[in-house]
Structures are given as structure tokens and as C-alpha cells.
Write a protein that binds this ligand. Structure first.
Ligand SMILES: O=P(O)(O)O[C@H]1O[C@H](CO)[C@@H](O)[C@H]1O
Ligand SMILES: [Mn+2]
Ligand SMILES: [Mn+2]
Length: 390
């Protein structure tokens, strides 16, 4: 039994096509392999945990003495977006996919947004966030129109220049749009504020003031059960947003992956009992969606370099779990997530019989394990692996 569990989600770090990848047009995808084969580098810490034993990977060999339990997990939910992945990790099975809008949002919704905000709307199509600000940024600066766009994910994103629509006003607009898209009719997973700055096309840059407005999970996750039982459930990064704050006792916001690790270290170093849950989003947002394998590679190097600090900070009765929420192969067509297995690495300061454990048929096995460890009653389809590691 562990006093505390630290769960880190490396956002989008998938480890090869899932059995149902063809239904998502993701046959042949492999985020880790395709990222790691773009150049050479050393990942000795991830290697020592056994990451290279889960699948054959360039630059990361399979160590004969892994310092973690390792395997891969399959997603059972209908969807490959961040909310679906995290909600499944926390115990749910999302059987009805959120709605996506490949042709833009319907007129009745856009009309309501215009009416309620008093602003015009441009774009209203699936697009890349860095490209839309270049394409519509100057128009937006002249007119104050909202740049609304989406992706293959169930998201409605609103880009606005910080000097044209001050951040607080943009957040207010997002809250209005969140209200409008709650209902089954539209069922948008997340509304996202995407503020940017800069003088002109080509020089626009998104800022760290992104803010996500998610739906609350449709039923209790293991986070709710832990919180209700008096445990701490501490969010680092966008976890709290992904769960709309539901089941979270404390939330630390982060600027980037390295800041996320700094914040996680402050959490590990303080006294609490329960779960810390960290999301490192740069892999996905900065490199996966941008189809930038070199940048993705460097972000993995940076994470690998910080791993010893995290492991050293663990207390004797802490458990560390590292996984991902979906893939985002930076060499695949398009700019969207990819349906992949995700790696599962589990380690601690204890002298356990580290090595391979059974492949998991749902991300929810993590929730089942957490519930069993903290001895709380939680009904999930997930199967605990606690006995496989003790
Ligand atoms: O292109 P940008 O704005 O980064 O959008 C990305 O961010 C969204 C939310 O993570 C994803 O659905 C993807 O579309
Ligand atoms: Mn994600
Ligand atoms: Mn994403």
C-alpha cells in the first residue's frame, strides 16, 4: 500500500497504433517511435525504467534490469481527445463520443454567440490555432470579431488579441459560450480561450493565458471518491480544467512542461495523503499538433533529464505512475491526435520485483488501482494492477 500516488500524464505520448486505429484513420501511427527516429539522443532515465521494453524504440534500448513495472494500455472509450483519455484514466468509459464539427458549428449556435456577445465571428472551421491567428488576426484587430475554430477534437476555441479583447473579457465570452454548448444538442467537450499578442500577421504569438472550460465528468471518477473520503487530490497543470474542478482539492497552474515538473516537485515535497495528478501538455500542444518531431524529441529529452529529480523526491511509501492520454504522432497526416496504445511505467523507492506486467485493456485500470490502494469503494470497469506490483 502506498501513502501517496503521483500520476503523470505525458500528454499525447502514444506507443503505437491501437487495435482499432483504422476506425480513427490512424493506421501505422506511433508517436514515440516516429519521434525518436528523427535524430539521435540519450534517454537513459526513461530507458532505465523500461520504456524501451514496451516496444522496440530508436534511441531507447530494452534494459535487462528495469527499475519500473512496464506495459502498455489500450483505450476503450469512443474518442481520442484529452478529456476522454483522462476521464478513462480516472475510471470512466465514454461510450458516446463528444460531438465534433468538421464543417464548423451550426448557424443557430453562431447566431446565439453573436447575439449574446455582441461580436461578429470569423473562421468557424477546423483549423490549426497558430495558422488561424495569422489568417484572421489582422481582421480581428480591425473589427473585434471572434476567431472561432475547432479541430477533430470536440473543442470550440476562441482566439482573440489581448489588446483588442482583454483576457478577462475573453474569459467572460468563453463562459457564455460554455453555457450555450452544455446541452446534448451541441455537446462540445471544451471551450478554450486562446489569447494572443503581437503587432501584425507573421508576428502574432499565443500567450500562456489559455484557459479551458470543460464539462464535468458524466459520473463520479475516482477523484470524486477520493475527495469525498477525505484524501487530497492535487492537480498540476490542466488536470483541474479537464475535470472542470470536479473531485480536485487543490490546483496548481503551470506555464510549460518544466514549470509543471517544478510544481510537481513542490507537491511531492509537501505533506499530503492521496493523489497528485499532473499533465505535461507541451508534447501535445507545442509539438504533436504542430507536427514538429524534432521539437517533440527535445521535449522528451528535457523530461528524461528531470526524471531523476522526481524519483529522488519520492518518499518511501510513494508510488509514481507515468502514462499518456492518447497519441499525437508528429509525422502523421493532419494535425490531430492519433489512436494509440499509451505506455504505463510504475515505480517507487521500494525494492519491488520490477519488470513487465500484463497489458491493460483500459486506461481505467489506473483508477481501479488507485481505489484499491486507498481502500475506497469505486465501481469501474477498470481492473486494479495493485496485486501485480506488490
Ligand atoms: O491548433 P491548436 O489551437 O493548438 O489546437 C489544438 O488544441 C486543442 C485542444 O488541446 C486541440 O483540439 C487542437 O486542435
Ligand atoms: Mn491530450
Ligand atoms: Mn491535443
Amino acid at each position: 500500500m502506498f501513502n501517496r500516488i503521483h500520476l503523470i500524464v505525458l500528454d499525447s505520448v502514444g506507443i503505437g497504433e491501437a487495435p482499432d486505429a483504422d476506425q480513427f484513420n490512424d493506421k501505422g501511427t506511433h508517436t514515440l517511435k516516429h519521434t525518436l527516429e528523427c535524430k539521435t539522443g540519450a534517454f537513459k532515465n526513461l530507458e532505465s525504467l523500461g520504456l524501451g521494453c514496451i516496444d522496440v524504440l530508436p534511441n531507447i534500448g530494452c534494459t535487462t534490469e528495469p527499475k519500473a513495472f512496464y506495459t502498455k494500455m489500450q483505450e476503450i472509450s469512443q474518442g481520442k481527445d484529452t478529456m476522454t483519455g483522462h476521464w478513462e484514466i480516472a475510471g470512466l468509459n465514454i461510450e458516446t463520443a463528444f460531438k465534433t464539427y468538421p464543417n464548423g458549428f451550426p448557424d443557430e449556435l453562431i447566431d446565439q454567440i453573436k447575439e449574446k456577445t455582441g461580436r461578429g465571428v470569423v473562421c468557424n472551421l477546423p483549423a490549426s490555432g497558430t495558422e488561424v491567428i495569422d489568417e484572421f488576426g489582422e481582421h480581428h484587430m480591425e473589427t473585434g470579431d471572434l476567431i472561432i475554430y475547432t479541430s477533430n477534437d470536440p473543442v470550440l476555441q476562441i482566439a482573440a488579441h489581448e489588446d483588442i479583447i482583454p483576457i478577462e473579457e475573453l474569459y467572460g465570452i468563453c463562459e457564455i459560450v460554455r453555457e450555450l454548448t452544455m446541452e446534448d444538442e451541441f455537446l462540445v467537450g471544451r471551450v478554450i480561450a486562446r489569447p494572443f499578442v503581437g503587432p501584425r500577421k507573421g508576428a502574432f504569438k499565443r500567450t500562456g493565458n489559455r484557459h479551458d472550460y470543460a464539462l464535468s465528468p458524466f459520473s463520479d471518477t475516482v477523484l470524486n471518491v477520493l475527495k469525498n473520503a477525505g484524501f487530497d487530490t492535487i492537480s498540476v497543470g490542466k488536470i483541474s480544467d479537464i475535470f472542470n474542478g470536479s473531485g480536485i482539492t487543490e490546483a496548481l497552474r503551470t506555464k510549460n512542461n518544466m514549470d509543471g515538473i517544478d510544481k510537481l516537485l513542490t507537491v511531492i515535497n509537501k505533506d499530503f495523503k492521496g493523489l497528485s495528478f499532473t499533465n505535461l501538455v507541451d508534447f501535445d500542444a507545442e509539438y504533436g499538433h504542430r507536427r514538429d518531431p524534432e521539437g517533440y524529441f527535445d521535449a522528451l529529452v528535457d523530461f528524461d533529464n528531470r526524471l531523476p529529480e522526481i524519483i529522488e523526491a519520492l518518499r518511501d511509501d510513494d508510488l509514481l505512475i507515468i502514462t499518456a492520454d492518447h497519441g499525437n504522432d508528429p509525422t502523421h497526416t493532419g494535425t490531430d491526435h492519433t489512436r494509440e496504445y499509451v505506455p504505463l511505467l510504475i515505480t517507487s523507492k521500494k525494492d519491488l520485483k520490477y519488470g513487465e506486467i500484463n497489458k491493460r485493456s483500459s486506461f481505467a485500470d489506473i483508477a481501479a488501482t488507485i481505489a484499491e490502494n486507498f481502500e475506497v469503494q469505486y465501481h469501474t470497469h477498470g481492473k486494479s494492477f495493485l496485486k501485480e506490483i506488490l
